[in-house]
Ligand binder design. Sequence first.
Ligand code: ACO
Length: 362
Amino acid sequence: MDGLDDVVAADTVLSDVDGANGRLVIRGFALEELAGHVGFEDAARLLLDGMFDELPETPEFSRRLGLARCEVFEQVAALDAELASRPPVDAVRALMARLTDGDDLECALRLIAGPAVFTATVIRARRGERLPPPDPALSHAADILRMATDAPPSAARTAALDAYLVTIVDHGLNASTFAARVAASTLAGLTSAVLAGLSALKGPLHGGAPGPVIEMLDDIGSADRAAAWLDAALDRGERLMGFGHRIYRVRDPRADALKQAVRALAASSPQLPGRIALAEAVEAAALEVLRRRKPDRSLQTNVEFYTAVLLEALGFPADAFTCVFAMGRVAGWIAHAREQVLSGRLIRPKSRYVGPTPRQAA
Ligand code: ACO
């Protein structure tokens, strides 16, 4: 009960995480039908359908999201040297907090634009560079790559980032989405809900894992060192980042979607095939070590393992991976926040008091 395992806290039309069968359904579509087939804007629209008074078709939605990126860009001057020196997710959260609260689609679009523009700002600032202004004519994924990375947003790179953003756009009542729904249920507004989601996302047990996956791959270095390294990590009582999940007891379907996306990129990057080979060897060794050391558990690869390989290949710095996660998941948080508000119910569970009883008055 401590972690609310198996407690149903909301009815949702947004997504279904079927842990026993390793399936993720987003508004009636299996993940495999969406990832690699539709762009981020389509997936965001799919989630937001019915949550606002208006929702334009994808081309107009994309145009307005581009304009929202330009609007949000006006806030980037608030990034001072002190803020830029903090972990990227903390700096991005501080910048997100400058966006006005609200409940309409315009507010939602600014909030979707925010992690994209602010993460790129932070990445550039730490290299002593200024963020190039957003290009509202580009797709969201292409503009993110143009703003945040050095390589141009080729069709292959844009498709890979789209596949990533779609894969992680929503995932049932995970910790950050629950946090967003709790904040939204008080009618605090969408910005508050998104800030609650982002705050819950940053921890290493949720969206903060892929950075450490890169550290693990770098530290292991070659396939022959994997098993010994992984055993030693477990001996120290550590968890292997990118493995295990509260709900999936079989393989996380998002891991496969991302493995496919990263393989599709391999042809366009000379170093990537070697990196994928190392990742696959470490994955196989980790699954074997976990089977041997935790035989009563079913610990499988989760979304964060191939997230790390993909985002590294796209040129994002490892300590900004959580922010890139937020670029996609923000659409899910907003859809859930609106769904919660439309349900009209404040979330207010009970706790069980297990402290001392009051002493009798003398
Ligand atoms: N490495 C080693 N042992 C593990 C791992 C792991 N990755 N995951 C779970 N275990 C062990 C736990 O130590 C525990 O063992 P114990 O009962 O002997 O103490 C047992 O398996 C069950 O673990 P729980 O804590 O009950 O699993 P829970 O559902 O709470 O945790 C979580 C899920 C947090 C994802 C966990 O698997 C983990 O810490 N993984 C590593 C971090 C990670 O990859 N996070 C990203 C998750 S995906 C996402 O949020 C987007």
